[in-house]
Design a protein around this ligand. Structure first.
Ligand code: ADP
Ligand code: ADP
Ligand code: ZN
Ligand code: ZN
Length: 884
C-alpha cells in the first residue's frame, strides 16, 4: 500500500490545497496515489530507475504541461493527444509547473551563459546606451553588439570566433617525400590523387623532388591556391617526360582540374555526405582563432565601443565575480557624483583592465590593442545615471549566480562547454529574478557538480523560491538536500519492475521507520562503504607545466595502480586536469589514438568543443599501461539512432541470430535487414526512428509515435521474423533485466547484459534511445561497455563525476566496481564531489583553493586521512566527517 495521509504539520492560518495524484501508472509506477503539500520543498528519493523521474517529470510535470498547452492552444489538442498524456487517473491541486532538467543531448554553440541568463541583452543595452564611442562613431543599436545577428557578426567566422585551418604540417607530415611518393597526405587516395599529381605535372611542377626541396612559392600554390585550373594532362609522366610529350605534340590523355590541397580538405569536410570521407579529412583540420575578429565574434564597428575601458567581448570574458566588482564601482561612482566617479574608478579600472588583458592574452586568443578611445570626461549626467541603473540591475541578477558557486563563469562561455549541473544551476539562478510565483519548480538533482561547501547556497536559493510563494519538487540524491526537505517522497524499493511504489511520503524524520527503504540507511547513518585501507602505488606519473583553462604551469604527481580521486570546488580545474589534460598527455605518450567517441556531426559543435590550448609534460613509468579509457558524461549519441543495444555492440549479435533463422534465410534477409539505421528492413516513414516530429505553431515541436510502424521502427515484413518467439522490435522493447534470461546460451549478448546489470542499469530498455539517457546513465553505459571486455589489467581509466545522478546505494556499487578494476591491476583516476566516495580512494588530490583564476593549484594531496588532517582546502572538513 502506498503510504498516504494528510500532512502532519502545525496548521498555518491559510492552508493551500495539497497536490493529489491518484492512480499514477507512467512507466514502472504501480498505480500509485500520492498527496504532497504545496508551497513546500518536496524531495523525491530512491535508487536509479525506481521511478522518481516518472513521477516528478513524467506524471506531475507532464500533466501540468498538458493542461497549460490545452488552455493556451485548444487547437493543439489533437497533437497533444498524439504526443501522449501521462498514465494517471487524476491530479488535483497542481499549480503550473516549470521544469529545470539537466540537459540531455545536443546543445547549440550559439547559446552561452549570457543568453541562457539573458544577461547578454542587458549588457548589450549597457554598451549601446552608455558605452564610450569614438568621436566619429554614431550610436549603435543593442543588436549590433550581438554575434548572433547579421549586422553584428564577424563576417569571416559568422560570429563563431573560430575557423578551421589546414596547416602544412598536417597536410605534409613527411617533407622528405616527393609528391609522387604521396608527400601530400591530405590528398584523396586512389585515382583522384593520381590525377591531381598528373595535373601538377601538366602545370609544370616537379613531382619527383622531395617536398622540402620545392621552392616555397610552389609549395604555397600547391597547398593553398584557390584557383582551379583545367588543363590537358599526359598521364603518369615525370615533368621532363611530360615536357617532351608536349613538344612531340602527343595527344593528351584527358583534361583534368587542379584543386588546392587545403581547398580539397575544407570542401570535402563541408560537403561530403560520406561519414568516412569526413572522418578522413577531419584529421588534417585544426581549429584556430578567427584571424579577423581574434575570437571576439563581432565585426569591427561594435568593438570600438567601450565601457570602463573594455570592449564588449572583453567585458563578456570577465568572470562574473569580477564583472560584479567592476559594476559595483560604476554604481558607487555614480552615487558619489560625476567627478568622484571619474577619479574614483580610474586607478582600479586601469588595474582591472590590465588584468583582463593579461587573461585574454593568456587564454590564447590573440589580443589586439584596443583602439585609443578617449574616455569622455564630461560624460552626460543622464548617461551616467543610465549606466548606474543598468549596472545595478546586472548586479542583482549576478548575485544568485555567484551564490550558486558559478562566479568563475563568463558570459561568453558557450553551453556545450558547460556541465549539465552548471547549466541547471544557471537556469535556477535565472528563475530567481523572474519574479514568478505560484508555480511548481520541478528540478533534477540541482546539487550535481556542486561541492559540499556550496550546497548551503543552493538551499538558500531553493528557500528563496519557496518564500516567494512557489512549490519545489526536487529529485535528489544528496543527503544534505534531503535533510532540508519539508516533505520527502521515497520511491522503490528497487529499480524498474522492482520499484515504482511509494514507500514513504511525509516529513523527512518519518523515513527512519520505513524498513523497506534503501534511502533510510544513508539518511540515518546505518549504510555506507566499508572502511578502506589505502593501497600503495606501483609507481608515479609526474605532470609538469600543465596549462589548460585555469591551470597555469601546474605540477602534480599521480600514483599508478591505485584509485585516485580529484576533489575541489566547482570550477577549480578538476575536469580540466582529469578529463582533458591527463588523457591527452597519456595518449600522446602511448601513441594511441584518442578514446573512441562519436565525432560531432555538426561543424559548429566541433569548432566550439576545441578550447584554446593544452600544454604539459608527462614523465614516469608507464610500463604495463597500454590503454587510456576516458569515460565521461557526454551523450553516447545525439540522435535516437544510437541506443543501449547498439552502443554496447550486443545488437550485432542479435541481428546475426535473426538472419540465421530459417524464415530469414528463405526470404534472403541478411543481418542488415534488422538494422533500423540503414534502408531495407526499417520503416520508411520515420526512417527507423520510431517517431516523427510534429511542428506546433508558436510552441516547441513535439515528437510523436510514427503512424506507420507505431514506434516499432520496422516494416511489417521485418517484424514477421521471430527468434525465440519474439520479433526484433519486441527485443528492443525488453529491459536489460528481462533480456538476460531470454538470451540464455548467447554468451556474448549475456556478457554485455551482465555488465549493464553490474553498473545498475538493469532497468534500461535495450532500444532506449541515447537521447533519453541522463549524463550519468550515459557514463554508466560507457563503463559497462568497458567492463564487458576481458580485463588485462593494463588500462588507465579516467572518470568525471561518475556518481552524479546516482543514489548512494548505486554509488556504492559503482565504487565497488572501480575498486575491482584496481584490484585487477588497472589505474583509476576520477573527479568526485561526494566525500563519502572520496574517502574510499587510495589517494586524493584537492584542487583549489577557489574557482576559475582563484583555483587551479593543488591545495592538498595524500591519502584521504592525510588530506583531512592537513585541514587546508575546501574538502578537508567534509572529508573528515566522511572518514569518521
Ligand atoms: P528514476 O528517476 O528513479 O531513476 P525513472 O523514472 O527514470 O527512474 O525510471 C523508472 C522506470 O521507468 C525504469 O524502469 C525506466 O527504464 C522506465 N522508463 C524511464 N523512461 C522511460 C520511457 N521514456 N519509456 C519507457 N520506460 C521508461
Ligand atoms: P571543475 O571541473 O573543477 O568544475 P573545470 O576544469 O571545468 O572545473 O573549470 C576550471 C576553469 O576553467 C573554470 O574557470 C572554467 O570556467 C574554465 N573552463 C573550463 N572549461 C572551459 C572551456 N571549455 N572553455 C573555457 N573555459 C573553460
Ligand atoms: Zn571572426
Ligand atoms: Zn515508422
Amino acid at each position: 500500500m502506498p503510504a498516504e495521509g494528510s500532512p502532519d504539520r502545525s496548521e498555518p492560518a491559510y492552508v493551500q490545497p495539497d497536490v493529489r495524484v491518484r492512480g499514477a501508472r507512467e512507466h514502472n509506477l504501480k498505480d500509485v496515489d500520492l498527496t504532497v503539500p504545496r508551497d513546500a520543498t518536496v524531495i523525491f528519493t530512491g535508487v536509479s530507475g525506481s521511478g522518481k523521474s516518472s513521477l516528478a517529470f513524467g506524471t506531475l510535470y507532464a500533466e501540468s504541461q498538458r493542461r497549460y498547452l490545452e488552455s493556451v492552444a485548444p487547437y493543439a489538442r489533437r497533437l497533444i493527444d498524439q504526443a501522449g498524456t501521462p498514465d494517471v487517473d487524476s491530479i488535483t491541486g497542481m499549480p503550473p509547473a516549470v521544469a529545470l532538467q539537466q540537459q540531455r543531448g545536443g546543445r547549440s554553440t550559439r547559446s552561452s551563459v549570457g543568453s541562457i541568463t539573458t544577461l547578454s541583452s542587458l549588457v548589450r543595452m549597457l554598451y549601446s546606451r552608455t558605452g564610450d564611442y569614438p568621436a566619429d562613431q554614431p550610436m549603435l543599436y543593442a543588436e549590433d553588439f550581438s554575434p548572433n545577428t547579421v549586422q553584428g557578426a564577424c563576417p569571416q567566422c559568422h560570429g563563431i570566433g573560430r575557423v578551421f585551418e589546414v596547416p602544412e604540417r598536417k597536410m605534409v607530415p613527411d617533407p622528405s617525400l616527393t609528391i609522387r611518393e604521396r608527400a601530400i597526405a591530405s590528398w584523396p587516395t586512389a585515382w583522384h590523387g593520381h590525377q591531381l599529381r598528373d595535373v601538377l605535372v601538366a602545370l609544370g611542377y616537379d613531382v619527383d623532388v622531395p617536398w622540402k626541396d620545392l621552392p616555397k612559392k610552389d609549395r604555397n600554390w600547391i597547398l593553398y591556391t584557390e584557383e582551379t585550373p583545367f588543363v590537358p594532362v599526359h598521364s603518369r609522366l615525370s615533368l621532363a617526360e611530360a615536357r617532351a610529350a608536349i613538344k612531340a605534340g602527343e595527344e593528351p590523355t584527358y583534361q583534368g582540374t587542379y584543386v588546392g590541397a587545403r581547398k580539397y580538405v575544407l570542401d570535402t569536410f563541408a560537403n561530403t555526405k560520406s561519414a568516412s570521407m569526413k572522418h578522413r579529412v577531419a584529421q588534417f583540420l585544426d581549429v584556430a582563432t578567427c584571424p579577423a575578429c581574434h575570437g571576439k565574434r563581432l565585426n569591427p564597428e561594435p568593438l570600438t565601443v567601450t565601457f570602463e575601458g573594455l570592449d564588449i567581448a572583453e567585458f563578456s570574458q570577465l568572470p562574473l565575480r569580477e564583472m560584479r566588482e567592476l559594476l559595483e564601482g560604476v554604481v558607487d561612482g555614480a552615487a558619489d557624483g560625476p567627478a568622484a566617479r571619474k577619479s574614483g574608478t580610474g586607478l582600479d579600472a586601469a588595474v582591472r583592465r590590465d588584468a583582463t588583458k593579461r587573461r585574454v592574452a593568456a587564454g590564447g586568443s590573440a589580443h589586439t590593442a584596443a583602439p585609443d578611445v578617449r574616455r569622455t570626461p564630461n560624460q552626460s549626467a543622464e548617461k551616467q545615471a543610465a549606466a548606474a541603473r543598468l549596472a545595478a540591475e546586472l548586479i542583482d541578477r549576478l548575485r544568485p549566480i555567484i551564490d550558486l558557486g558559478l562566479g568563475y563563469l563568463s558570459l561568453g562561455r558557450t553551453t556545450p562547454t558547460l556541465s549539465g549541473g552548471e547549466l541547471q544551476r544557471l537556469r535556477l539562478a535565472t528563475q530567481l529574478t523572474s519574479e514568478l510565483f505560484g508555480v511548481v519548480y520541478v528540478l533534477d538533482e540541482p546539487s550535481a557538480g556542486l561541492h559540499p561547501q556550496d550546497v548551503t547556497a543552493l538551499l538558500g536559493i531553493l528557500d528563496g523560491l519557496k518564500r516567494r510563494g512557489n512549490s519545489l519538487f526536487v529529485v535528489e540524491h544528496s543527503v544534505e538536500v534531503m535533510r532540508h526537505a519539508d516533505w520527502l517522497v521515497d520511491i522503490g524499493p528497487g529499480a524498474g519492475e522492482h520499484g515504482g511504489r511509494i514507500l514513504y511520503s511525509g516529513p523527512t524524520a518519518g523515513l527512519a521507520q520505513v524498513e523497506e527503504s534503501v534511502t533510510r540507511g544513508y539518511l540515518f547513518g546505518a549504510s555506507g562503504l566499508p572502511a578502506h585501507t589505502p593501497r600503495d602505488p606501483s609507481g608515479w606519473l609526474q605532470l609538469t607545466g600543465v596549462t589548460r583553462n585555469n591551470l597555469r604551469d601546474l605540477s602534480v604527481s599521480i600514483p599508478m595502480g591505485v584509485f585516485t580521486i580529484v576533489t575541489g570546488v566547482s570550477g577549480s580545474g578538476k575536469s580540466s586536469l582529469v578529463s582533458q589534460v591527463l588523457p591527452a598527455l597519456l595518449s600522446e605518450r602511448l601513441g594511441s589514438t584518442a578514446p573512441v567517441d562519436d565525432s560531432p556531426e555538426d561543424n559548429e559543435a566541433l569548432l566550439a568543443d576545441s578550447p584554446d590550448r593544452l600544454e604539459g609534460d608527462l614523465e614516469g613509468d608507464l610500463t604495463g599501461v597500454r590503454r587510456v579509457v576516458s569515460i565521461d558524461q557526454k551523450p553516447i549519441g545525439r540522435t535516437p539512432r544510437s541506443n543501449v543495444a547498439t552502443y554496447t555492440g550486443l545488437f550485432d549479435h542479435v541481428r546475426k541470430r535473426f538472419a540465421q533463422t530459417p524464415e530469414a534465410k528463405a526470404r534472403g534477409y541478411q543481418a542488415g535487414r534488422f538494422s533500423f539505421n540503414v534502408k531495407g528492413g526499417r520503416c520508411p516513414t520515420c526512417e527507423g526512428e520510431g517517431s516523427v516530429m510534429v511542428e506546433l505553431l508558436f510552441l516547441p515541436s513535439v515528437y510523436t509515435e510514427c503512424p506507420d510502424c507505431h514506434g516499432t521502427r520496422y516494416k511489417d515484413s521485418t517484424l514477421q521474423i521471430t527468434w525465440r518467439e519474439k520479433n526484433i522490435a519486441e527485443i528492443l522493447a525488453m529491459s536489460v533485466e528481462e533480456a538476460h534470461p531470454f538470451f540464455d546460451g548467447e554468451q556474448e549478448v549475456q556478457r554485455s547484459l551482465s555488465a549493464l546489470i553490474d553498473v545498475g542499469l538493469d532497468y534500461l530498455r535495450l532500444g532506449q534511445p541515447a537521447t533519453e539517457l541522463s549524463g550519468g546513465e550515459a557514463q554508466r553505459v560507457k563503463l559497462a561497455s568497458e567492463l564487458q571486455r576481458a580485463q588485462r589489467g593494463d588500462t588507465l581509466y579516467v572518470l568525471d563525476e561518475p556518481t552524479s545522478g546516482l543514489h548512494c546505494a548505486d554509488a556504492d556499487r559503482l565504487v565497488a566496481h572501480l575498486q575491482s578494476l584496481v584490484d585487477a591491476g588497472n589505474t583509476v583516476v576520477a573527479v568526485e564531489l561526494d566525500m563519502r566516495v572520496a574517502s574510499a580512494a587510495d589517494y586524493l588530490i584537492d584542487l583549489g583553493p577557489g574557482a576559475g583564476d582563484a583555483g587551479g593549484t593543488v591545495v592538498a594531496s595524500g591519502t584521504p586521512q592525510q588530506v583531512a588532517d592537513a585541514e587546508v582546502g575546501a574538502s578537508a572538513p567534509y572529508l573528515a566527517d566522511a572518514l569518521l
